[in-house]
Design a protein around this ligand. Structure first.
Ligand code: ARG
Length: 255
């Protein structure tokens, strides 16, 4: 190998070892837990007025990093790229993003224990001018879904066969904007986000009809990573110390 090629080969090697870090030992060695999250999902993860990524799940991820004795580094990744590619390619050590635990996903990634019970619901414009209701009126309606989410899967399984037209968004916020402008009749989203939206933007959004499916959220790691067990330890600690309840009270708006 000539001299010029050596630094290149060395940096490639360093990059590769960083990219492979997805175990407790590797994260401790790096001193950083790289978190991937799609921060468009208040109250779980979103950007505050100063552009900082905050939310219920960000605090949980901070606790996991603190228990590991490392820093948390937050990387914003669109949900479609996050689940599962950013995790399986080890671009991030961990993903937290209101990610529903499903048997299909569990084939490709590792989940922590479930920590939050949620549901997929329909978000409509405040006052519901388009008169959308599930399951009463789906035929011919245009329904927004975020790419790679359980909302999209439920749309494919339950709404398309009933004659609904799905519009797929990479960016959940773009879907919300289209609810506002009337380009879609409804957007599928997670129940707590609607309550949060209603509180933040009074009169602008409503939930319509009943919930589509109930689901549980989990933190996501590469399959087989011992980081999942570490996260479970943190969850157990937060729950037994009462901190988990404090986080719920701090972030999740009740009806
Ligand atoms: N719970 C749904 C899922 O796992 C949607 C999550 C979307 N999260 C987000 N941060 N945009 O598919």
């Amino acid at each position: 190998m000539n001299r010029a090629a050596l630094p290149l080969a060395l940096s490639a090697l360093l990059l590769t070892s960083a990219a492979l870090a997805a175990s407790v030992a590797d994260v401790k060695k790096k001193g950083v837990l790289v978190l991937g999250t799609d921060p468009t999902f208040q109250p779980f993860e979103y950007k505050d007025a100063s552009g900082n990524i905050v939310g219920f799940e960000i605090d949980i991820a901070r606790a996991v990093a603190a228990d590991l004795g490392v820093k948390l580094q937050i990387s914003a990744v669109g949900f479609g790229a996050l689940m599962p590619q950013a995790v399986t390619s080890k671009r991030v050590d961990m993903a937290i993003s209101a990610i529903t635990i499903t048997p299909e996903r569990a084939k490709v990634v590792g989940f922590s224990a479930p920590y939050y019970r949620s549901a997929q619901v329909f978000i409509v414009k405040g006052g519901n001018p388009k008169k959308f209701a599930w399951p009463a009126s789906v035929k011919g309606k245009i329904i927004g879904v975020q790419a790679n989410t359980t909302g999209q899967y439920a749309g494919n399984d339950a709404l398309k066969p009933k004659g609904a037209v799905l519009k797929v968004y990479d960016d959940f916020a773009a879907g919300l904007a289209d609810v506002q402008s009337g380009r879609v009749d409804a957007l599928i989203g997670d129940a707590p986000t609607v309550i949060s939206l209603k509180k933040r933007l009074p009169g602008q959004f409503d939930q319509a009809g009943t919930a589509l499916v109930a689901e549980d959220y989990g933190m996501v790691f590469t399959k087989g990573s011992d980081l999942a067990a570490a996260a479970n330890k943190t969850l157990a600690r937060l729950k037994s110390s009462g901190e988990y309840q404090k986080l719920l009270d701090k972030w999740i708006v009740q009806k």
